[in-house]
Write a protein that binds this ligand. Structure first.
Ligand SMILES: Nc1nc2c(c(=O)[nH]1)N[C@H]1C(S)=C(S)[C@@H](COP(=O)(O)OP(=O)(O)OC[C@H]3O[C@@H](n4cnc5c(=O)[nH]c(N)nc54)[C@H](O)[C@@H]3O)O[C@H]1N2
Ligand SMILES: Nc1nc2c(c(=O)[nH]1)N[C@H]1C(S)=C(S)[C@@H](COP(=O)(O)OP(=O)(O)OC[C@H]3O[C@@H](n4cnc5c(=O)[nH]c(N)nc54)[C@H](O)[C@@H]3O)O[C@H]1N2
Ligand code: SF4
Ligand code: SF4
Ligand code: FES
Ligand SMILES: [Mo]
Length: 899
């Protein structure tokens, strides 16, 4: 502790504190134009002057030393500070300080009684604006070159898109690429907008001038409804419309940071294409009807399906975009009102192999450790994940850790964002992960980089694995994967010798024919290393779960074989507990998985399918066959925001509220429950999924109970002991609580397995699954291997991100390919290209570059019209039916006009 005197008061501060901290501790308020608590101090503006032992210094960059005497509030220093601010303001044009100017500087001048007319004598000729970008506008004349935006972009976001150019008074921020903002590397995280103190960088429109640092009691705290990171956001509402969405400075995962989706992509809310009234198919056309009528059609249709085919003729796909409470109701409705376990969610398409694999290895279906532990991890093995684009706030924190010295190994066939900063970039041929992981395990064992005590006391399966691994020396692994043997060895050494290694992975591990084997053999590494289970030696292993609430949808039991809290429907004891809470019998046989639902529909066994917020015709594989299934099913009901590809095939379309329009909770990728709160009303007649499910149950003569979302979560806690300690009231008080959480007076378990693993024998289970080839491989007809995945500006089906400014950031689907392949197939950069697989055809625009190895091509699936998922196959993970989205054999050719 450092003890010093400030304004005659004694203050005590932790080591490393500055005089700014000291002044604040003493209650002095200093102007701090170039400082932001989230950033390193620059000490350039000299507005935070204080006197320390008689010397005038900038408080933000001067360390507090023991015994110092500081004058932070005397008249002399106050005048010095006021003069510093006035000098800066005087160099700006009049609009900088106009009466209603909302900036930090304008506010500061008002506080210091600096008159607005001090502005207006710019030292330099006017420099003009850059309004090319949809979300970030620059007024160069207001820039004071404080550098906050530049530091935000480098030190928090890690994109390094901005720089200060020019000299002296002419210095101004500019994109590092030199040209227009719209053409720069900016990924619109909004950090620069949020930090700029003068209003030089702003968000256009009604959100202009709001920053996360201003207190505003009217802001609605909620959790982002896009990806699974779970950023806490503050929504500024004006006239029942979202004016701005700001990252919460105290957000437990995001800490005042966000990405383009959570921060700016809310234009969809007011899109003219939003569904505002229920639609029922009449004479072939979807026709607006009243809610009563629509609910009646659904209830009658479900009843008829059960009469004709029994309860198992009905199925529902629940939504990982919807809240826990909604997912809880959906599965309760299917199980207790219809009497079937035919309920699933898009975890099937995504991290079902994680749930299955991690449960088999450790006992529970989630990541093992809290994300905050990345701050202490010293080595990251990031496998088949592209967090810079898909989980940007996580990607940014990983990048900062790597820049700060932590070792980084990236295993991805593509040169993804993190790979540029990696110590080692392993580029396995898609579909060969299991061999790669065995190669790493082989070296760990061969070189004695394992933890024998941990393996003896807390794990099983070592002998079998050791025997298997004799077949996977680095040289053989190199042949299978294409990763040089010396890189396999080097990566294993980096991971094996680290003090606290972390494994973080994504869909490049799961969306394969052997995705569950991939997860299990990847989980072998932290087990061998003893770096899991609260040993203090590491971070364990964490899947970057995708959707905002895909963890929660599964936690709530929207799965065909599992009840809330992952208790098996085949387990009589688990059923009895749920039955006691629900007062209705629970069917004992597992229901259909999503792909099985489509097969059953095509074979006329399924007579009613309720799709709640998943655009299966755009995002499920082999989409032509999906459309056939929907067309073969007598009743298809779709809850949607928009007339999606799937909704076009529906008999009833119900307009629903989105995440900014409803209450409930989500569970993020590191198992934290967080509150979701309605900021605005849904449009027209749209209702929440929660209300819709209740209404259909009521129309069928049943009462699901759970009047409110809060009731639903409490009831879920009674059905599933792992959630017993959670409630809306508790989350309102505490913010975020991880599960397992068995009692209201106990903290949730952020780190799992500190005592023992949750497997039946309490041990971690090593897997000795051999490497098996992927379902599709290139051949003479289809010589290229297509990998599909994500781009930063769009989200999955694109239904929300294509309706708003993001379309200006990324307008069309691109196919990335290597220059050699471009030459071989006569495809030019920027030209239309037609891609064919054994299953379908897609039209994209070629982007030729070095990010992919020859023989491999990559595209996303954010523009359904382009047909990417007509290409992908029905091959799926042998254990969980997760589609093999990451490996499809294709051929390509330039698109010709007659195509
Ligand atoms: N901007 C944006 N963010 C999103 C989404 C979005 O659509 N857009 N979607 C959300 C959802 S639902 C999810 S599930 C997550 C997904 O997040 P990620 O899992 O990060 O996403 P992907 O881009 O699908 O795949 C990750 C990487 O796997 C690599 N890969 C493919 N095959 C292999 C292989 O065989 N081995 C290895 N080692 N790597 C391989 C790909 O090259 C790709 O870079 O993102 C979420 N966040
Ligand atoms: N080729 C290829 N295909 C893939 C993947 C891949 O890597 N490659 N990844 C797969 C993965 S991981 C996933 S998770 C899926 C995602 O696939 P989807 O779940 O189909 O995609 P989304 O666009 O996230 O959302 C689906 C729909 O939900 C609607 N919606 C949003 N919020 C709500 C709500 O609160 N309630 C209701 N009822 N509807 C709402 C949206 O308008 C949208 O149409 O895509 C899969 N498809
Ligand atoms: S644009 Fe704003 S934050 Fe960036 S240097 Fe200029 S005044 Fe500072
Ligand atoms: S990182 Fe994910 S949770 Fe955070 S703002 Fe972006 S989309 Fe939302
Ligand atoms: S805030 Fe201290 S020098 Fe700018
Ligand atoms: Mo996903």
């Amino acid at each position: 502790m450092t003890r010093l005197q400030v304004d005659g008061r004694t203050v005590e501060l932790p080591a490393g504190a500055t005089l700014l901290d000291a002044a604040r501790a003493a209650g002095a308020e200093l102007p701090t134009l170039c400082h932001d608590d989230r950033l390193r101090s620059a000490g350039s503006c000299r507005t935070c002057l204080v006197q320390a032992d008689g010397r005038t210094v900038a408080a933000c960059v001067t360390p507090a030393t023991p015994g110092m005497t500081v004058d932070a509030s005397g008249e002399e220093v106050r005048n010095l500070r006021r003069d510093a601010v006035a000098l800066i303001a005087s160099a700006l044009p009049p609009h900088a300080l106009a009466d209603d100017a909302p900036s930090e500087l304008a506010e500061m001048c008002r506080t210091l009684s600096i008159e607005p007319d001090i502005a207006g004598t710019p030292l330099t000729p006017l420099r003009g604006r850059d309004d090319t970008h949809p979300y970030v506008h620059l007024d160069r004349d207001l820039c004071i070159a404080c550098g906050r935006c530049v530091r935000m972009c480098s030190d928090v976001q890690g994109t390094f898109a901005l720089t200060l150019t020019g000299r002296g008074a002419d210095t101004v921020v500019a994109p590092g690429t030199g040209g227009a903002w719209a053409d720069s590397d900016c990924v619109a995280c909004g950090g620069c907008v949020d930090t700029c103190p003068t209003g030089a960088i702003t968000q256009p429109g009604p959100g202009q001038g709001f920053t996360s640092r201003q207190p505003d009691p009217d802001r609605v705290r909620t959790t982002c409804g896009y990806c699974g990171v779970g950023c806490a956001l503050d929504v500024v509402v004006r006239d029942d419309r979202v004016a701005a969405v700001l990252p919460a400075p105290d957000g437990p995962v995001n800490r005042g940071h966000a990405c383009v989706k959570g921060r700016f992509s809310y234009g969809y809310l007011t899109s003219a294409e939003r569904l505002t009234e229920p639609l029922v198919r009449r004479n072939g056309a979807l026709t607006p009807v009243s809610w009563d009528e629509a609910i009646g059609v659904v209830a009658d249709g479900l009843r008829a399906a059960v009469e004709q085919g029994g309860p198992d003729a009905v199925a529902a796909i629940s939504s990982a975009r919807a809240t826990n409470e909604e997912n809880y109701l959906v599965q309760k409705f299917l199980r207790t009102v219809i009497g079937t376990n035919n309920v699933d969610n898009c975890s099937r398409l995504c991290h079902a192999p994680s749930a299955a694999g991690l449960t088999a290895s450790f006992g529970r279906a989630g990541g093992t450790d809290p994300f905050d532990d990345v701050e202490t991890a010293d080595c990251f093995l990031v496998v088949g994940a592209n967090p810079v684009e898909a989980h940007p706030v996580v990607g940014a924190r990983l990048l900062q850790r790597a820049l700060g010295g932590a070792a980084l190994i990236v295993a991805d066939p593509r040169a993804v964002g993190l790979a540029r900063h990696a110590d080692l970039h392993l580029r396995p041929r898609p579909g060969t992960n299991v061999a790669l992981f065995h190669g790493l395990a082989h070296v760990l064992i061969a070189e004695g980089l394992t933890d024998p005590d941990f393996l003896r006391d807390r794990a099983t399966g070592l002998d079998e694995l050791t025997t298997l691994l004799t077949d996977y020396p680095p040289t053989r692994v190199a042949e299978i994967t294409g990763v040089p043997a010396e890189d396999v060895t080097a990566a294993a050494r980096l991971y094996g010798r680290a003090e606290r290694p972390a494994v973080i992975y994504g869909l490049g591990v799961t969306e394969h024919l052997h995705g569950t084997d991939g997860v299990r053999t990847l989980a072998n590494l932290p087990i061998l290393r003893g770096a899991v289970g609260g040993t203090g030696h590491g971070f364990g292993i964490s899947p970057l779960r995708g959707q905002n609430n895909v963890q929660g949808a599964s936690d709530m039991g929207a799965l065909p074989d599992l009840l809330p809290g992952y208790r098996r429907v085949t387990d009589p004891e688990a059923r009895a507990r749920a039955e006691a809470v629900w007062g209705r019998p629970v069917p004992p046989t597992p229901g259909l998985r999503i792909p099985e639902m489509f097969t059953a529909a095509r074979e006329s066994r399924l007579r009613a399918l309720w799709v709640i917020g998943e655009d299966v015709c755009a995002t499920d594989p082999d989409s032509r066959r999906v459309a056939e299934a929907l067309d073969a099913c007598p009743l298809v009901v779709v809850n949607e925001l928009f007339l999606s590809e799937t909704a076009r095939h529906a008999d009833v379309v119900l307009p629903v509220a989105s995440w900014l329009e409803k209450d409930g909770t989500f569970v993020n990728f590191d198992r934290r429950f967080q509150r979701v709160r309605a900021a605005v009303r849904p449009p027209g007649m749209a209702r929440t999924d929660f209300d819709v499910i209740q209404a259909v149950a009521a129309a069928m003569g049943s009462d699901l109970g759970c009047r409110t979302p809060a009731d639903a979560l409490s009831e879920c806690g009674r059905a599933a002991p792992v959630f017993a300690g959670l409630s809306h009231a508790r989350l309102d008080r505490e913010g975020a609580v991880p599960w397992p959480c068995s009692s209201p007076d106990r903290a949730g378990e952020a780190t799992l397995y500190a005592e023992e693993f949750a497997t039946p024998d309490g041990r971690a289970h090593l897997s000795a699954a051999p490497y098996l080839p992927p379902g599709e491989e290139p051949d003479a007809d289809y010589p290229l291997l297509l990998v599909t995945g994500r781009r930063w500006a769009h989200y999955n089906s694109g239904s929300m991100t294509r309706r708003g400014g993001n379309l200006l950031l990324d307008a069309r689907g691109l196919l990335d390919l290597h220059p050699e392949d471009a030459a071989r197939y006569g495809v030019r950069d920027g030209a239309p290209v037609t891609v064919d697989s054994r299953h379908g055809q897609a039209r994209l625009i070629a982007r030729v570059g070095p990010d992919l190895a020859p023989g491999q091509v990559f595209c996303a699936f954010h523009f359904p019209d382009e047909g990417v998922n007509s290409l992908t196959s029905e091959h799926a993970d042998a254990v969980t039916s997760c589609p093999e989205y990451k490996v499809t054999a294709v051929r390509l050719r330039p698109t010709v006009p007659e195509d």
